[in-house]
Design a protein around this ligand. Structure first.
Ligand SMILES: *[C@@H]1O[C@H](CO)[C@@H](O)[C@H](O)[C@H]1NC(C)=O
Ligand SMILES: *[C@@H]1O[C@H](CO)[C@@H](O)[C@H](O)[C@H]1NC(C)=O
Length: 496
C-alpha cells in the first residue's frame, strides 16, 4: 500500500516537472520568435503568430526575396508561413531557403516556371504544406520535390502542366492531399502516382484535358477517399475504370462529355457515398450502372444531362439513397412506379427545369422520408392533391414556382400545407411567390391566398395533418421534460 502511494507521489512529481519543463520550453520558443526589424526584410513583412512567424512578400522580385531570406537565415526562427505572392519569381534557385525552418510555403501567382533541384531539399524535414498555384509550371518538378518527406498538402492548381510523367511525385510518401485543378493535363503515365499509395486521401484532377479515366495510374491509390475529375473531356467510362479505389467516398465526374453510364462501371466502389455526374450528355443509364453502390451511396447528382425518364431500374438497388438530383434534364413524364422499391430513404428530390407536364396517380407514395421537393420550372398545369397527399406530412420545402398552373380546387393542398404548423423552412417558403392563373379572369392569384369561396371549392379539413402536428407537439413536451430531469440530476451531482 505504502509503495503504491509512494509510486503515485513520484508520478505526480514527474508530471509536475514535465509540465514546468514544457511551460519553460513554450516561453523560450515564444521569446525567440521575434520578427527582424522591418527595414531589414523590406519589402517583405513579418508578423508573430502562435506557431511561429508569418512572412509575406508581394509584388517584388527574386533579388529582394533572396535578400530578405538571408536576413532570416541562421536565427533559428520558426517560419510557420512563408507567402510569396504576385512576384516576379521565374526561378526558384538552389539553396534559397537553406538555414530556414519553413512549415507552410506558398509561391502564388509569381510566374514560377523553374524549380531547381536543390531549392526545397533543405526544408524537407519541416515542410508540411506547399502551394505553388497559379504559376507557369509545365511539369511537376519531381527532383525538387523528392525530399519533402513530411509534406501533407501539395497544391499545384492553375499551372500549365500538360502531362504527369512516371514517378512524378516519388518521395512524397506522406502526402494526403494533391490538387492539380486547372492545368492542361491530357496524359497521365501509368506510374505517375507511384509513391502516393499509402497516404493519399484526396486527388483533384479537375479542369484538365483528360479524355479517359487514367485507370492504370489510379489503381494503386487504395487509401483515396475523394477523387475529382470534373471539367475534363472524358467521353466514356467503363467497367474496371475505378478498380482498386476501394476506400473511395466521393467521386466527381461532373461537366465531362459522358453519354452513357454503362453496366457495373462503379462496381469496385463499394464505400462510395457521393457520386456527381451532372453536366454531361447522359441519355442512357444501364440498369446495372450503379451495381456495387448499394450499401453506401447517399448522394447522386444527375442534373444537366439529357435523361428522359426517372432511371428507376438503375436506382432501385440504391436503398440508402437520400439526395437525388435530376434537375435540368428532359423528363416529361413520371411513370406510376418511378420510385417503386427505392424511394423510402430519399429526403431530397430535385426535378426542376424538366419538361414534366403532368403528375398522376400514386407516384410519390413510396417517398416516406421526403423533406424537399423541387418541381420548379416544369410544364405543370395541375398538381392534384392525391399525388401530393402521401408526402405532405414529411415535406418541409416544396417548390412549384414557374409552372403554368391553373387555379383549381385541387391546389388547396398547398394553402393547407403552408398553414400547417410544421418545422418547415418558413423563410425560404415566404420568399417564393407561387401563383396560378384564373382562366376566366385572366389574372394570377398567389397560391397562399386562393379565393376558395369564389371558386366554389369544397373546403377540406385535413384531419390527419392536424393530428400529426398534435402528436409532434406532445413529443416536444416529453423531450423538454426529460431535459429538465437531466439538468436536475446534473445539479444534484455537482452539489454533492
Ligand atoms: C498576379 O500578379 C501580378 C503582379 O505580378 C498582378 O498584377 C496580378 O493582378 C496578379 N493576378 C492575380 C489574379 O492576383
Ligand atoms: C427531349 O425529349 C423529346 C422527346 O421526349 C425530344 O423531342 C427532344 O428533342 C428532347 N430534347 C433534347 C434537348 O434532347
Amino acid at each position: 500500500m505504502a509503495r503504491v502511494w509512494a509510486w503515485s507521489r513520484s508520478v505526480r512529481g514527474w508530471t509536475l516537472a514535465i509540465c514546468v519543463a514544457a511551460l519553460c520550453a513554450l516561453v523560450t520558443t515564444e521569446v525567440q520568435q521575434q520578427c527582424p526589424p522591418r527595414s531589414e526584410i523590406s519589402p517583405c513583412s513579418c508578423q508573430v503568430k502562435k506557431n511561429g512567424l508569418d512572412i509575406l512578400c508581394e509584388f517584388t522580385d527574386q533579388q529582394h526575396i533572396n535578400d530578405a531570406m538571408s536576413v532570416l537565415k541562421g536565427k533559428s526562427l520558426v517560419i510557420f508561413y512563408l507567402k510569396l505572392r504576385h512576384n516576379n519569381l521565374r526561378k526558384l534557385t538552389g539553396f534559397v531557403f537553406l538555414g530556414l525552418d519553413i512549415h507552410h510555403l506558398t509561391i502564388h501567382n509569381s510566374s514560377l516556371s523553374v524549380v531547381e533541384e536543390a531549392s526545397l531539399s533543405s526544408i524537407g524535414k519541416m515542410l508540411t504544406q506547399l502551394d505553388v498555384s497559379q504559376n507557369s509550371l509545365t511539369q511537376v518538378p519531381s527532383a525538387a520535390f523528392k525530399n519533402l518527406h513530411h509534406l501533407l498538402i501539395l497544391n499545384m492548381n492553375h499551372n500549365k502542366i500538360n502531362s504527369l510523367h512516371a514517378k512524378a511525385f516519388q518521395g512524397l510518401d506522406t502526402l494526403e492531399i494533391l490538387t492539380l485543378y486547372e492545368n492542361k493535363i491530357a496524359n497521365v503515365d501509368p506510374e505517375a502516382f507511384v509513391g502516393l499509395e499509402k497516404k493519399l486521401k484526396r486527388l483533384n484532377l479537375g479542369g484538365n484535358g483528360l479524355t479517359v479515366v487514367p485507370q492504370k495510374s489510379l489503381v494503386i491509390l487504395d487509401m483515396l477517399k475523394k477523387l475529382e475529375m470534373q471539367e475534363n473531356r472524358i467521353s466514356e467510362i467503363n467497367e474496371g475504370d475505378f478498380e482498386g479505389l476501394r476506400n473511395l467516398d466521393s467521386l466527381g465526374l461532373a461537366h465531362n462529355k459522358l453519354r452513357t453510364v454503362p453496366s457495373r462501371v462503379f462496381s469496385h466502389l463499394t464505400l462510395l457515398n457521393s457520386l456527381e455526374l451532372d453536366g454531361n450528355n447522359i441519355d442512357t443509364i444501364d440498369k446495372d450502372a450503379f451495381a456495387g453502390l448499394e450499401e453506401n451511396l447517399q448522394y447522386l447528382r444527375l442534373g444537366d444531362n439529357n435523361i428522359h425518364t426517372i432511371p428507376t431500374e438503375a436506382l432501385k438497388r440504391l436503398h440508402r439513397l437520400r439526395h437525388l438530383d435530376l434537375r435540368a434534364n428532359n423528363i416529361s413524364f413520371i411513370a406510376e412506379d418511378a420510385f417503386a422499391g427505392f424511394g423510402d430513404s430519399i429526403t431530397f428530390l430535385n426535378l426542376q427545369k424538366n419538361d414534366i407536364r403532368s403528375l398522376n396517380g400514386m407516384i410519390f407514395e413510396n417517398l416516406n422520408s421526403l423533406e424537399t421537393l423541387n418541381l420548379q420550372n416544369n410544364k405543370l398545369m395541375h398538381i392534384p392533391e392525391d399525388v401530393m397527399e402521401p408526402i405532405l406530412d414529411t415535406l418541409r420545402v416544396v417548390d412549384i414556382m414557374d409552372n403554368p398552373l391553373l387555379c383549381d380546387c385541387e391546389l388547396q393542398w398547398y394553402k393547407n400545407w403552408l398553414r400547417n404548423p410544421k418545422d418547415k423552412d418558413d423563410e425560404m417558403m415566404q420568399k417564393k411567390r407561387t401563383v396560378c392563373t384564373m382562366q376566366h379572369e385572366h389574372r394570377e392569384y398567389s397560391l397562399q391566398s386562393l379565393p376558395l369561396d369564389k371558386m366554389k371549392c369544397k373546403i377540406k379539413s385535413y384531419e390527419n395533418s392536424a393530428y400529426s402536428a398534435a402528436t409532434r407537439q406532445a413529443g416536444v413536451l416529453e423531450t423538454s421534460l426529460l431535459l429538465s430531469i437531466c439538468v436536475l440530476i446534473g445539479q444534484l451531482a455537482i452539489a454533492s
